[in-house]
Design a protein around this ligand. Structure first.
Ligand SMILES: Cc1cc2nc3c(=O)[nH]c(=O)nc-3n(C[C@H](O)[C@H](O)[C@H](O)COP(=O)(O)OP(=O)(O)OC[C@H]3O[C@@H](n4cnc5c(N)ncnc54)[C@H](O)[C@@H]3O)c2cc1C
Length: 405
């Protein structure tokens, strides 16, 4: 039921763009507060990004059914669901996680309209208008939750057209060739290298620094324990090999006949006969709404109160591009902390009671207001990891030693 029954043409109370974890999580929170006149639109469908992950890829953040003890499963998007309980696995594949999202949308009866691409959002009078592939939709509030998966970052390497971005790979073992160059040494680069080495291939990982040795309490800044474990396992048991090229900043890729040449900012060029794999992340995920969140530099800005645009009232953002002070919200367990904050703000403006319905959201870390939590907490204890890591070339030996100890 609309909270504005006098509207002549249909106006949604809330429109959400994107049926991924960010959009669906906000939709459930709003639904719990009684927002009924709500629609989620998606260019593809529920969990579309996850359905496009390479077959072998799994979530690096672990799922565990810890909910009864007040600590929700890290990958859950509502306080009362558990990915581990639903899927019976700790590190779901993209396909499995999409199944969780689809089941959740069904359970909470979230209306999702598929095949609708939003091309522009603008305010006209009291309402926000969404220009879509079919029609113009109107709403009092809009939550942009379109993720970043469909915006691969190729800009950092000249000649990126000669490469493949890791989001384009459906199946690592099926990739033609026996030797591969991976550009990028963080989670997705190491993930690619692991799957290729497991398939018996020789992999060269090129990275600006040595991210595989970076030590940080924040999983957004250092390799996850899961990936470190997998690396060790690959070094010991995989039929293929991984060679790290540290401080190897790839400036450009040139194609000469059947060969690709990687030009480094410093050092000798590297030649390979297969297309280099770009694991350089994603960019420009705010696409059609970027101007609404534009700040003084390239970094988007969001209101600290509720992740709203500072330029366009009523337009909110939910998802992995969120940044506040030094905190990066790129994991689901991080950005879900703001679902309750956004829902509360919208409900307050709609005049709906939110305190009781959002109580479990607050109690279980889905309504987080402390924006300094990642930067000044005392939990940042010194890591027990090796303080002076071995150089990259010795990593294999170090892994072996550690595994045998
Ligand atoms: C390789 C890899 C591994 C990852 N592993 C983890 C992990 O282990 N743990 C973790 O927490 N996170 C992980 N992430 C990050 C996680 O996948 C993202 O943070 C999450 O998908 C973001 O959720 P979202 O809802 O914002 O976006 P998405 O899941 O991408 O959903 C956005 C939706 O919006 C739709 N859409 C986009 N543009 C439009 C438009 N213009 N109009 C209409 N619809 C549109 C898309 O079709 C899509 O369905 C990983 C990401 C990658 C790439």
């Amino acid at each position: 039921m609309s909270l504005f029954p006098h509207e002549k043409r249909h106006v949604f109370d809330v429109l959400i763009v994107g049926a991924g974890p960010a959009g669906l999580g906000c939709a459930v929170a709003l639904g719990q507060c009684g927002v009924e006149n709500l629609l989620v639109v998606d260019r593809h469908g529920t969990g579309a990004s996850f359905l496009r992950w390479p077959r072998q890829m799994r979530m690096i953040s672990p799922s565990f059914h810890s909910n009864p003890f007040g600590q929700p499963d890290l990958n859950a998007i509502t306080p009362h669901t558990s990915v581990a309980d639903f899927l019976r696995t700790e590190h779901p594949t993209g396909e499995q996680y999409a199944a969780y999202l689809q089941a959740l949308a069904e359970h909470y009866r979230i209306p999702v309209r598929e095949g609708v691409e939003v091309r522009r959002v603008f305010r006209k009078g009291r309402l926000l208008h969404l220009e879509t592939s079919d029609e113009t939709l109107r709403a009092h509030f809009v939550i942009w939750a379109a993720g970043e998966f469909f915006f691969p970052n190729a800009a950092s390497v000249e000649g990126a057209e000669h490469c493949l971005h890791n989001s384009q790979i459906a199946d690592w073992p099926e990739l033609p060739g026996v030797e591969h160059a991976v550009i990028g040494g963080f989670e997705s680069g190491i993930d690619a290298a692991i799957h290729l080495a497991r398939a018996g291939k020789s992999v060269h990982v090129f990275s600006r620094g040595e991210p595989w040795h970076r030590d940080s309490t924040d999983p957004s800044r250092a390799l996850s324990p899961h990936t470190r474990d997998r690396l060790k396992d690959v070094f010991l048991h995989a039929p293929g090999t991984i060679r790290f090229h540290k401080h190897a900043d790839v400036a450009a890729v040139e194609r000469h006949g059947d060969t690709c040449r990687l030009l480094l900012r410093e050092g000798e060029p590297f030649e390979i006969s297969t297309p280099p794999i770009l694991c350089t992340g994603f960019s420009g995920g705010l696409g059609p709404v970027a101007e609404h969140f534009a700040g003084p530099d390239v970094t988007p800005v969001f209101s600290e109160e509720a992740d709203e645009s500072l330029r366009t009232e009523g337009l909110f953002y939910s998802g992995p591009l969120l940044r506040h002070r030094q905190s990066i919200f790129c994991f689901i367990y991080k950005f879900r902390g703001r679902f309750g904050v956004i829902a509360r703000e919208i409900c307050q403006r709609l005049g709906l009671p939110w305190e009781e319905p959002l109580k479990p959201w607050r109690e279980r870390g889905f309504l987080v207001e402390d924006l300094a939590c990642c930067t000044d907490c005392t939990c940042a204890v010194e890591s027990a990891a090796e303080p002076d890591p071995a150089p990259a070339e010795d990593y294999r030996a170090a892994a072996k030693e550690e595994a045998l100890a």
